[in-house]
Design a protein around this ligand. Structure first.
Ligand SMILES: Cc1cc2nc3c(=O)[nH]c(=O)nc-3n(C[C@H](O)[C@H](O)[C@H](O)COP(=O)(O)OP(=O)(O)OC[C@H]3O[C@@H](n4cnc5c(N)ncnc54)[C@H](O)[C@@H]3O)c2cc1C
Length: 381
């Protein structure tokens, strides 16, 4: 019997395995993934400073230390307001083919058994002790489902899929850039809003470039998805022709995540933990994965309540904040006002970064300042 079986070896899954093993080195932990590592994953490859804090908590503080930190960020709002500033703490851009494989290796080095295996079935085990059996043969005291945006385990335990209004779709590719390009660019687009393109330079003469929008807005165009996504990317970043284009959908956080059932905990994309304002999911995946792995060994008989408490404490207010902001941001004018305010006030810029990439919340006075500006802009128009 495994103490913990983790399904999926992305950031959430590796963090779960590492989190459990660091707390209880003698725990028997099995990590299953349908793919062999290294493997590619459609992603912007942007790792926020908050994600690096999680790497430190997982005992791998130097995992990406050989990648160049990116300190500058430019954001262009849907109406053309622009801010370029130095972020309080640098971000990193690390291709997922590298990042995820390093995390899996770190888990293996701690004694986690890693197997290539696609999970298709889940059933309660015999004996009434609450254990779970995967695919008829793998018995687990606890399961962390970190199997991504199309989580099979989420379906198997009866948690409904993320409603389509909370699902985005994005394409990413790679483009050549000057090796000294060190500005992360986010260029928002009014047409089909919310929608934006990005360029995240890796530091080796390439940049991860991409474009994302909400799935219902894409459907509303009536055009093939590929045509819209590839076309908008080329239109917004015409100087950066992209290769290796690959698209995937993003289940965005609806404010209150569904975190599992029985002995099965959902983490990362499987729990729809993606920031609805920015599409950031790696930090949430590392954090939620770690909390789930820790709960599996600290509260072995009934880990889900402990995991829920952990997520609520770490992200509860933040997730409710991003939910409210995502609703306000349906109006592009709100984002124009927020970016214009950030361009004038450094502390607002820092706070927006913290809300967009970390676990930040918005103090009321700032919310009022942005709303005042939004209303004033509305009156002027
Ligand atoms: C185009 C795009 C750009 C993005 N850009 C960014 C960005 O710049 N920064 C950021 O922070 N986030 C970004 N995100 C979000 C980020 O990619 C995800 O939030 C993150 O990968 C979630 O990690 P995860 O471990 O939950 O899932 P994943 O990384 O998807 O890992 C899931 C793993 O589960 C495995 N698996 C699936 N099904 C099974 C099964 N049945 N059995 C066994 N294994 C299985 C898969 O092979 C995979 O390895 C982006 C997403 C997209 C689509």
């Amino acid at each position: 019997m495994w103490d913990l079986v983790v399904v999926g070896g992305g950031p959430a899954g590796s963090a779960a395995a590492l989190g459990a093993k660091r707390l209880r080195p003698d725990a028997r932990v099995l990590l299953l993934d349908k793919a062999d590592f290294p493997r590619d994953k459609a992603c912007g490859d942007g790792i926020a400073a908050h994600g690096r804090d999680e790497l430190a908590l997982l005992g791998v503080p130097d995992l990406i230390a050989d990648y160049r930190p990116t300190r500058r960020l430019t954001v262009i709002s849907p109406g053309g307001a622009r801010v370029t500033a130095t972020v309080a703490r640098p971000n990193h851009v690390v291709p997922r083919e590298v990042f995820d494989a390093r995390l899996v290796d770190a888990a293996r080095a701690l004694g986690v058994e890693v197997r290539r295996h696609r999970v298709r079935a889940l059933a309660p085990g015999d004996g009434g002790d609450g254990h779970v059996v995967l695919d008829g043969v793998i018995a687990a005291r606890a399961v962390v489902a970190a199997d991504g945006a199309n989580s099979a385990v989420r379906r198997l335990i009866g948690v409904p899929a993320t409603p389509e209004k909370h699902v985005a779709i994005a394409v990413r590719g790679y483009a050549d850039v000057p090796p000294d390009d060190d500005v992360q660019l986010i260029a928002m687009q009014k047409e089909g809003w919310p929608a934006y393109a990005w360029s995240f330079p890796v530091g080796d003469g390439t940049a991860n470039v991409g474009f994302g929008m909400l799935l219902p807005r894409l459907r509303a165009t009536g055009l093939p998805g590929r045509e819209v996504l590839h076309g908008r990317l080329a239109e917004l970043l015409p100087h950066l022709p992209a290769r290796d284009l690959r698209a995937h959908h993003l289940p965005l956080s609806p404010g209150r995540p569904r975190l599992g059932a029985g002995r099965v905990m959902l983490a990362g994309d499987a729990a729809s933990l993606i920031n609805p304002l920015t599409g950031e999911g790696i930090y949430y995946a590392l954090l939620s994965g770690r909390l789930a792995g820790e709960a599996a060994v600290l509260a072995a008989g009934d880990p889900l309540p402990a995991y829920r408490r952990g997520v609520r404490k770490a992200l509860g207010r933040h997730l409710r904040t991003t939910d409210v902001l995502a609703r306000a941001a349906q109006s592009p004018g709100f984002i124009d006002a927020a970016i214009a305010t950030a361009a004038r006030r450094g502390e607002v810029f820092d706070l927006l970064v913290d809300v967009g990439l970390g676990a930040g919340t918005v103090p009321l006075p700032l919310a009022y300042a942005v709303v005042r500006r939004w209303l004033a802009d509305g009156v002027r128009r």
